[in-house]
Design a protein around this ligand. Sequence first.
Ligand code: CTP
Ligand code: MG
Length: 219
Amino acid sequence: MAWQHILQALWLFLPAFVANMSPVFVAKLLPWWKAPIDGGRIHKDGKRVLGPGKTWRGLVGGGFSGGLTAVAMGHFATGIFAGWDFGMQGYCLESAGGAGPRGDIAVGCDAVVAAWWAVFLFGFIVGFLALVGDAVKSYFKRRRGKERGAPWFPFDQLDFVVFGLIGYLIAAPLLPADWVWAHLTDHWLILTTIVAGTPALHLMVNRIGYWLKLKEVPW
Ligand code: CTP
Ligand code: MG
């Protein structure tokens, strides 16, 4: 059913969503660590390379929150998310009789289980890259003369998606063979939800963050 694939897509991409939302929280947690990635450098157009809003703290915090999210998900994946656990509870290798959660196939399957540290590292890479995407976006945003915090639709919303997905592919070897690819391509709605559903979700979450006074602007 469609709603199940949409939920699974949001679940699969949760480490990237959490990482993308983490900088405002990490900023409150470690207010003294605000070294900007661009080191304060000015581009030849007279504007900052990235701006004061893009910090090392944001990148590292994104990595940690992505890693912690992935490990937590690996532990709590049940129900319609059974098997969507980054392989932490066991995954059947396709070559040995079918891909899927270990429980699905009683016989004829080579079950492989991902170690928690591998899942953490996987989520760390995804979260870190999601925030690299956010910083790359800011580079182009500054070149267009847009100040820190100014809205730039849909790039503000999609910046972490492209790099987050690249993270899934780069870090895939940390998980059981084929796990990432099999789940990204499980149904056409998975990737569609991640790419097309994210801007809508992002705008909604930012508005809530604004109401909660976590964010200074509602976008
Ligand atoms: N943040 C951070 N380090 C990062 C990314 C974000 O410390 N690498 C914090 C900053 O305090 C930033 C806030 O999270 O202001 C919100 O992030 P974001 O909306 O991505 O940055 P903007 O301030 O809107 O900057 P830009 O216009 O470049 O997107
Ligand atoms: Mg912004």
